[in-house]
Design a protein. Structure first.
Lengths: 348, 376, 118
């Protein structure tokens, strides 16, 4: 049990030991081990990203099928579960079409950068006890800062395409970013006030000792989930893409692998948001019987399913309502929540 | 253009955006040249013709019998409803008396297809607002309506079921079974759809006060059908100028006054209930009617006497009129349709400026247009 | 401590590298046949009218400014949130005043219609 719980930590320890031994044998400074370990974490994060994107794309399509009273994809592989792999192969082999009028370097840059924020954010999230690639002291701030960057590649894509639909989409991304970010930060602040630390693993420990923070800060949880959906540009906040309004919005001029990178990034962003919600509100990797990392995956799965459920249920919000909803409802609510939290914490 | 608007004190540029023809929510190939200031629309120019097949000319070049199936392709969501005005007009020229049973069958199929068309209308509307799942529910209930038609005449969408002098086939056991299914399932659909959509806050926000049409404007722009009634004009041909045997039945016509997108949606949902009632009444009347002729005696070769005839019916999209002119030959001299969707979209240029891009989609979808009908 | 942030830099390079590798692999596998018609900007099947790089009207400009204000406020609140329990009543009240001023500002902006699209 204990072995399975720590299996990834042990593997990492083993790899580190091997590196240390190798470097000693080669006569190189041992400080290089950290650099090499980063490479290992990088591989691990890429694997997690790709796997979760592959899984959640097919799971979303399946769940959407059940929601819409249809079977969903059911041809490739057992019950259609290999469909995403087929789609991925298709996307890799598709031609990248870049319009003549587009700003080509920026067009490329947007696709290259799309994947950076979720990957950086994933590095800080503890998948289990000691299973954060970067166990940062300022974990919450770091994740908050990095995930915020996710809207930049989308804005770049919208600008670079030289397409009016993309431009409108790109401008909507900014609209969204200035709307949800403040309530999201305030929601996380009230969590930090309770837990008294920025470190994600310590927040999980705090929840292990006391109570899941979702019971302490239910309002912050709801606000965070709403902001997270907006941050990932998912329906009902999928305005930048808004396919019934803007054809494909910012992604109109993206095809093949460049589009696939954005697509991958979208699911990874969702995974990060779900992972952060799990860590901050649902006790992260803590849970009985099963190994910690499995608990983390299960809880994330539930939140991801909620995201998908919401997407296939609600109509799309209009851009100006996003703004007024966030500023007129969420911001005052979270401010109030912070004040109440402060007073209560001071009194007890 | 740009400098002109800048003179008005704007610091932004007005740009022209092609909305359609290849756009997911212009319901086919409607093309709107939209002038935009940021996300706000400041001017609309509706352009049509991308689906023009020369329907009227095609019918003029063929015999009457060959011409009939073309009518199904106008409003392809409700095939039989388009057969009716054409057939009525030709029958006026021929001077044929249609058997009562055939008239009832015409009404029954028209109402069933009207139900199916409304289901598509509301489903697509919700989908264009961004809730893709909204379209799947009515489409599945619509299957029962199409199954009825399939059992009756073998075709699901372009039925050409209504023929000169009567209808193609009488109801059979297969139809009865499909009809029972329809009767059993439709209330469930209505109830479920009300539950899914009606009180959704986002839906209300996206629809209320969007694309408001006053009753005067609606009449000035010759709006017809649910779009007219949602603006507070109580007019329905089935009740006010009955054709077939509609005068035998009490037609209830819901009327709303708001005239916005929400009213147009609610109007359709209310009418779905009334249509469903009417279907049941017509079916009951049909069962009481003695089994007999469903076709009048008409000549094998149709050569209506020279002259003109006009007939109009209340279609799901509005009033469909048909003018047939004959000079006593095998083919009609002139066939012309008053196509409701075509007349309805004229008001776009008036109501759309000032709305956001998202609202344009909402307005287009709330009109429930069919491009086959607009372009003819 | 700072070494960890060096790792962030490395991961950044790694992420870009991953994207590059994916694009290069894809480039080797994909057909490459651009021609003029294919590379026209997509605008619903019509030829685009004019350039897309216009002086676009961001209807949320004023809200953007308020957002900036609140983002900075968040920055000040972060360290406070960590240790306000140890700093006693004074810290709590001071922050209340701080938030109060900003909340008043928000209400004012709201009244002035800054939280709407123009």
């Amino acid at each position: 049990m204990e072995f399975i719980n720590n299996i990834f930590v042990n593997i990492a320890g083993l790899v580190r030991w091997v590196f240390n031994w190798l470097l000693g044998w080669l006569g190189l400074p041992l400080g290089l081990t950290d650099v090499l370990m980063t490479a290992v974490y990088w591989v691990a994060i890429v694997v997690v990203c790709v796997l979760c994107a592959l899984f959640y794309v097919i799971w979303e399509r399946k769940l959407a099928g059940y929601i819409q009273r249809r079977p969903g994809p059911n041809r490739l592989g057992p019950n259609g579960w290999l469909q995403t792999i087929g789609d991925a192969i298709k996307l890799v082999m598709k031609e990248d079409i870049v319009p003549d009028k587009a700003d080509k370097p920026v067009h490329l840059l947007a696709a290259l950068l799309a994947f950076v924020p979720p990957m950086l954010a994933l590095a800080a999230i503890p998948f289990g006890e000691g299973m954060a690639a970067l166990d940062l002291k300022l974990g919450v701030v770091y994740v908050l800062a990095v995930t915020t960057l996710a809207s930049l590649p989308v804005l770049l894509a919208g600008y670079a395409s030289n397409n009016k639909y993309s431009l409108i989409g790109g401008m909507r991304v900014v609209n969204q970013a200035i709307s949800y970010e403040v309530p999201q930060a305030f929601a996380l602040l009230s969590v930090i006030m309770v837990a008294g630390t920025f470190n994600l693993t310590e927040i999980v420990h705090f929840q292990q000792q006391h109570l899941w923070l979702v019971f302490v800060q239910p309002l912050a949880f709801v606000v965070y989930i709403i902001s997270a959906v907006a941050e990932c540009n998912r329906a009902p906040f999928d305005l930048p893409e808004g396919e019934s309004e803007l054809t494909a919005g910012v992604f109109t001029e993206y095809s093949g692998m460049r589009y696939a990178l954005f697509y991958l990034a979208e699911y990874c962003n969702m995974f990060v948001a779900a992972g952060l919600a799990t860590t901050l509100f649902l006790g992260g990797f803590s849970g009985p019987f099963l190994p910690g990392w499995l608990w983390f995956i299960l809880k994330t799965f539930v939140i991801m399913s909620v995201f998908i459920w919401v997407r296939w249920t609600l109509p799309r919000i209009r851009a100006d309502y996003v703004l007024s909803f966030c500023w007129k409802i969420l911001v005052p609510l979270t401010l109030l929540n912070m004040l109440v939290t402060g007073v209560v914490l001071y009194l007890i | 253009m740009n400098t002109e608007t800048n003179k008005q004190g704007r610091y932004s540029e007005v740009y022209q955006l092609n909305f359609g023809p290849q756009h997911p929510s212009t319901h086919g190939v409607l093309h709107m040249l939209v002038e935009m200031d940021g996300e706000t629309c400041v001017g609309v120019d509706t352009k049509i013709g991308y689906l023009h097949r020369g329907m009227e000319k095609l019918m003029e070049c063929r015999t009457y019998l060959q011409g009939l199936p073309y009518t199904d392709r106008l409003d392809y969501l409700a095939g039989v409803n388009n057969n009716l005005p054409y057939v009525l007009a030709v029958e006026k020229l021929l001077g044929v008396e249609v058997p009562a049973r055939a008239s009832l069958l015409r009404m029954l199929t028209c109402e069933i297809m009207r139900l199916a068309s409304y289901m598509v209308g509301v489903g697509i509307y919700i989908m264009d607002l961004g809730a893709v799942s909204g379209v799947f529910y009515p489409f599945q209930e619509r299957e029962y309506a199409l199954d009825c038609m399939s059992a009756l005449c073998g075709a699901r969408m372009t039925q050409s079921y209504i023929r000169y002098g009567g209808v193609q086939a009488d109801i059979n056991e297969e139809f009865d079974a499909a009809y029972q299914k329809l009767v059993a399932e439709t209330p469930r659909f209505i109830e479920m759809y009300h539950k899914l959509v009606d009180e959704n806050e986002i839906f209300l926000r996206r629809t209320k006060g969007i694309g408001v049409i006053s009753a005067e404007d609606a009449m000035d722009y010759a709006l017809t059908g649910p779009n007219l009634r949602a603006s507070g004009v109580d007019y329905d041909l089935r009740r006010d100028a009955p054709y077939c045997l509609y005068d035998r039945f009490k037609i209830e016509v819901p009327v709303l006054t708001a005239g916005d997108c929400h009213a147009r949606y609610v109007q359709r949902m209310l009418e779905v209930e009334k249509i469903f009632q009417l279907i049941k009444e017509i079916y009951a009347a049909l069962k009481e009617e003695p089994v007999g002729e469903i076709m009048a005696k008409i000549p094998k070769v149709l050569k209506p006497a020279a002259g003109e005839a006009y007939a109009q019916t209340e279609n799901p999209k509005g009033i469909m009129g048909c003018l047939v002119a004959s000079e006593g030959k095998l083919n009609p001299l002139r066939v012309h349709f008053r196509r409701p969707s075509f007349d309805n979209i004229a008001i776009f240029e008036k109501i759309m400026p000032g709305h956001k891009v998202a609202d344009l989609v909402s307005i287009i979808a709330s009109f429930d247009i069919v491009l086959g009908e607009i372009d003819g | 401590m700072l070494v960890q942030y060096a790792a962030v830099g490395l991961l950044f390079i790694g992420a870009v590298f991953f994207a590059c590798a994916a694009l290069i692999v894809s480039r080797l596998l994909q057909p490459h046949n651009p021609y003029k018609q294919k590379n026209i900007t997509y605008e619903c099947g019509m030829l685009p009218l004019g350039d897309a790089w216009v002086r676009f009207k961001p209807s949320y400009f004023v809200t953007g400014l308020i957002f900036l204000l609140f983002d900075v406020e968040t920055m000040f609140l972060l360290p406070w949130a960590l240790c306000f329990t140890e700093m006693g009543l004074a810290a709590l009240l001071e922050m209340f005043v701080f938030i109060g001023i900003l909340a008043a500002g928000l209400v004012y902006a709201w009244k002035e219609g800054a939280l709407q699209w123009h």
